[in-house]
Design a protein around this ligand. Sequence first.
Ligand code: C2O
Ligand code: CU
Length: 501
Amino acid sequence: MKSKIWITSFLVSIVILGGCSKNNSDSDNNMEHSNMTQEDMQMEDGTEGDMENSHMSHNDPLTLNDSTGENDLIIPPVLEHEDDEGIVYNIEAQEGSTQFFDGYQTETYGYNGSFLGPVIRVNRGQTVKIRTSNKLSDETTFHWHGLELPGEADGGPHQNLKSGESRIIEFKVDQEASTLWFHPHPEGKTSEQVYKGLAGLIYIDDENSGNLGLPSDYGVNDIPLIIQDKKFDDQKQLNYQEAKNEDGTIGDALLINGTLNPKLTVNNEKVRLRILNGSNARNYTFKLSTGNSFVQIATDGGFLNKPVTLNEIKLTPSERAEIIVDFSGYDSSSDVALINEDETILLPFAINNQLIDSGNIPESLNDFAVTDEERNLPVSKKLELFGMGNMVTINGKQFDMERIDFTQKQGVTEIWEIYNKPDMMGGMIHPFHIHGTQFKIISIDGIEPPENEQGWKDTVAIQPGEKIKLAVKFKNKGIYMFHCHVLEHEDNGMMGQVKVE
Ligand code: C2O
Ligand code: CU
C-alpha cells in the first residue's frame, strides 16, 4: 500500500518523505533530508503538504524491531577450495527457501545455499580461481566489492551471466588483509537480488594480520556480522516489489548473517566483530548498550594505523568496520548488546563466565599514509551527485552502459572530488563506492577525515552539501563502475563508468 503512494507523483513523495523523516533520528533514517524547514516543505504554489495524513499512511516503516535474542547467531561457513589446479572456489547463485519464522518457508536467494553465502578466505599473493555459476532463473553477475582486480573479472553489469551459465575468473590477490564482500550487479536488478539474499564475505589474510595477535578464532572471537533489514509480508515472504522504495528499500526486520532475532554467546575476552552493512539502504550507528567504548581496528580495505577508541560507529550501505569489544569485565548476569543509535537492540550478547586472557591490542597495526604529494595534487575528476528517487544522477546523467564517463591511467593517482548537491528538501546521504580500488579520503569539506576513516576505503558516506576529495589509484586495467551504494539509487542510474588504460 505504501509503495503505491510512492509512485503517485514526485511532489507527493516529497511530502511523504518529509512527513516520516522529521521524527526519526539522523542516522537511522535512510531517507533523511536534513536541514528541512517548514518552508522547504511547502509546495511550489505556496501551499503546505498534508503531513499528518501522509505520515499516518506511511505505517512507520522506518522503525527496526528489537532482537529478542531467541536464536543463536548463524556463523557462515568458510568455503573450502579444490586444490587440484591451483586454488579453485565454486560459487553458485541459487534459489531456495529459508525458514526465518516457525512454520513458514520464505523464498530466498543464496550462494551455495538458500540465503547469503560462505566466506571466501584468501591469502595475499595467492592466485585464485573462482568458478561462478548462475543457477537462478534470472540473469546475474558476481561482483567482488573491494577487491582490486582486472575490470573483466570485476563482475560489473558488463559481465552478465544468463541463467544456467558459468564462468571462471582468475586473479592474484594483491592487497592487504581486509574484510570485503561479494554480491550481484546486473543492470537494474542489483537491489532485488541482494534483497533476496545474495551476499557473502571475502577475507584477505596477510603476514601482518597473522602477526598482530588479534582475536582470530573464526566464529569464537572473530565474528562476521552481515547486517541487513528486510520487510516480510503477511506470508513471511520477501516481496521486493511490494517493499520497494525508489529512495532505498528498508524494512522493520533485522537479520544478522540471515538470523532473525539473533544472540551471540561470547567468552570473557576480547572479541573482534567484522561488521558489514549489507542493507539495501539503511544506515546504522552501532553502540554498546552499556555505553562503554570499543576500538575500531580496520576500515573497508585494511587496518587502521592504530586502534581508535569510539563510543559509536556509523556505517552506510556496503561500508565495513572491524571493531574489538572487550567482554572481560562482564559476567553472565551482564546485560549487554549491540544497539543502534535509537537504542534498538540489534544483537544481545550472552556471556560465558570463562575468563580468557586475550592479550592486548597492538598499538601499531599498519602503515597507511596520505603523502604530501597526494595532498597537493590538483582535482582532476569532478562528480556531482544529485536528485532523489528514480531521478538520481551523477553530473546530470544517468547510467548508460554504452557511455564511458571518465578515463584514468593504470597506476596513476588522481584526485576525485565528489559533491553531494542538496536539493529543495535538503538532500540525503549517498554512500559513494568505486569498483576495483581502495582509495584514501584526502579531505571532507577541506578538513582531514576523522581518525577512524584514515585508512583504505572503497565506500565513503557523503552528507548533503559535502564535498569530498579522494586519492584514487587503480592497480589494474578495465572498466569499473562508480556509484551510490543505496542499491535503488544504483539501479536508478546513479552510476557511471571509468575506463582504466
Ligand atoms: Cu558493492 Cu558496485 O558495488
Ligand atoms: Cu544515493
